[in-house]
Design a protein around this ligand. Structure first.
Ligand code: CUA
Length: 342
């Protein structure tokens, strides 16, 4: 077939455009592989195995797709007479039954072989952390080596290289606990305790999320998993077990008085003070956490102010009432107190 110089130019133009479009789509697609919620950048043993399985399945799917498209092209263009039922029989039996059975059995055996290591409990030397899915935040409990219970919220700290049993529960609705960089997810079901064992292999800060629709603020129910060296983890747990230090500035001291007189202690505990509520998150060391409100805000004084004054605007559906009616200087004092709780 002959093309005029003009049509050759047009075809080249279209090809270049399509190529650039594909590259752009590819870059956008690959951008999804990175980041603190990535399953393809594993930082844990379980996540690495799941990612490996994913790549084998993606490769297999690509091969199957290429074979099917290749056969279709063969049937239409190269050997149209293969359309006859007799000649296509081998294709129907081989391609429709034998081939999928072999491929899927291979994947089944491979997947089942991964399971025992993924599901084994932490055992001797492992760590146990209780996590309860609340509406809509995460209650986290550690037992220290001294046997004390330490409660915090929306954050787990883990020592690198140690297996951890997460004992997952919920008082009311079903949630699902997921730290994509570390491993698979597991449901938190009222009336049950489910065990999820993870083994972080890389120091870093990773994101966790609720992976089961649980109500209004489901999408805003996040947390952080901070993986540290063993020494840093032990020091952190020792600090978390201590009661809150008294306020160091006049502003923070005023904030503490306002915290207690406004009834915040009916829902929140600050160990070392008379605030001992259990409905909301324990705030004893809230200033040392990575995030506020379940992964929504950092923990600078202005974030505490925004949270306390505009709770419902920051997190629609939240059960905590906003305290925006308080005068600005009282909100500042409260924010100073809370951010000092480190
Ligand atoms: Cu909790 Cu979705």
């Amino acid at each position: 077939m002959l093309h005029s110089p003009r049509s050759v130019h047009l075809i080249a133009h279209v090809r270049r455009g399509a190529g650039l479009g594909l590259v752009a789509v590819g870059i956008l697609w690959l951008a999804g592989c990175e980041g603190p919620l990535s399953t393809l950048e594993p930082a844990g043993r379980g996540a690495a195995q799941i990612a490996e399985l994913f790549w084998w399945m993606t490769g297999g799917a690509a091969l199957v797709w290429l074979s099917v498209v290749g056969l279709a092209v063969y049937a239409i263009r190269v050997s149209p007479e293969a359309h006859s039922v007799r000649k296509a029989k081998w294709l129907i039996i081989g391609g429709g039954a034998v081939f999928p059975t072999i491929v899927l059995s291979g994947y089944l055996v491979y997947g089942l072989a991964l399971m025992p290591a993924l599901l084994a409990p932490a055992g001797e030397g492992g760590l146990q952390i209780e996590v309860s899915g609340e509406q809509w935040w995460w209650r986290v409990r550690y037992i220290t080596p001294e046997g004390e219970t330490v409660e915090l919220a929306n954050e787990v700290r883990l020592p690198v290289g140690r297996r951890v049993d997460f004992l997952l529960s919920s008082p009311d609705v079903i949630h699902s606990f997921w730290i994509p960089s570390l491993g698979g997810k597991l449901d938190m079901i009222p009336g049950r305790v489910n065990r999820l064992t993870l083994e972080p292999t890389k120091v870093g800060t990773y994101r966790g999320a609720c992976a089961e629709y649980c109500g209004t603020a489901h999408a805003l129910m996040q947390f952080y998993a901070v993986v540290e060296e063993e020494d840093a983890f032990a020091a952190w747990l020792t600090r978390q077990a201590k009661p809150a230090a008294p306020p160091t500035s006049a502003l923070a001291a005023r904030g503490q008085r306002l915290f207690l007189s406004n009834g915040c202690g009916a829902c929140h505990t600050v160990r070392g003070t008379e605030a001992d509520g259990v409905v909301g998150p324990d705030l004893t060391h809230v200033g040392s956490r990575v995030s506020l409100g379940g992964g929504l805000l950092p923990t600078e004084p202005e974030d505490f102010l925004r949270w306390v004054a505009h709770t419902e605007a920051v997190k629609p559906g939240v059960h905590m009432p906003a305290f925006g009616m308080l005068p600005d200087e009282e909100l500042r004092a409260l924010a100073a107190y809370l951010s000092e709780l480190e």
